[in-house]
Design a protein around this ligand. Structure first.
Ligand code: ATP
Ligand code: MG
Length: 196
């Protein structure tokens, strides 16, 4: 393609993008969902948390599945005023006991509920929440209600595989992480600083 034609195309593209930027006038908090089977859901959520904290915004994190290792994001963000509420009782990917897990989930959800009613918080992260809904530990209606009633300027990020269709429909931004390949499948161990 000639330089002239390239410039002409770029100019047209820029005009289209500028028009769309001018048309976007609403200002309110949004619901973001990071779902899918590929790696990057939790890291994307924490990337956004870092951004928000870097702008002096108030962020809180609720984690519905506790990793078996210590948590690099928490080590970094907690000293910067980000509270973490992590589901206790040793619930991990490995152990599942419906009764105790439901109880632990509902206890953790109470923290989420408080945050979702507190206009001080600009961003609330509900990490691995999708499983609580798909395992029926937490009623979908309860989650939908809390999300709909939250403060207007509060944004929320939900992560986890297999996100419920109603949550996807209600969300403003949905990204599906699609695995192309993963080091684990080649026998490479999960690594501190990369995977947790
Ligand atoms: P990350 O925390 O790295 O952003 P994630 O939140 O997208 O990953 P989860 O399903 O929450 O993915 O994964 C839990 C753990 O499994 C993480 O340590 C993650 O790095 C790892 N993992 C994520 N996707 C895959 C995959 N496709 N195969 C193997 N391990 C994975
Ligand atoms: Mg995750």
């Amino acid at each position: 393609m000639s330089q002239d034609r390239h410039e002409e195309r770029q100019q047209r593209l820029k005009q289209k993008v500028d028009e769309r930027i001018d048309a976007a006038q609403l200002e309110r908090g949004i619901l973001i969902v990071f779902t899918g089977n590929g790696k990057g859901k939790t890291t994307a959520a924490f990337g956004t948390a870092c951004r928000a904290v870097g702008h002096g915004k108030k962020v809180a994190v609720v984690q519905f599945i506790k990793g078996s290792w210590d948590n690099g994001e928490r080590n970094l963000l907690e000293p910067h005023g980000v509270p973490f509420y992590v589901m206790s009782t040793g619930f991990t990917w490995e152990t599942q006991n419906k009764h105790t897990d439901t109880q632990a989930c509902l206890e953790t959800w109470l923290h989420a509920l408080q945050l979702l009613q507190d206009p001080q918080y600009d961003l609330v992260i509900l990490d691995e929440l999708t499983y609580m809904v798909s395992y029926h530990y937490l009623p979908l209606a309860e989650v939908m209600n809390a999300l709909s009633c939250r403060p207007e300027n509060q944004s929320v990020i939900i992560t986890g595989r297999g996100c419920h269709r109603e949550l996807l429909e209600f969300a403003d931004t949905v990204t599906e992480m699609r695995p192309i390949k993963h080091a684990f499948d080649a026998g490479i161990k999960a690594q501190k600083g990369i995977d947790w």
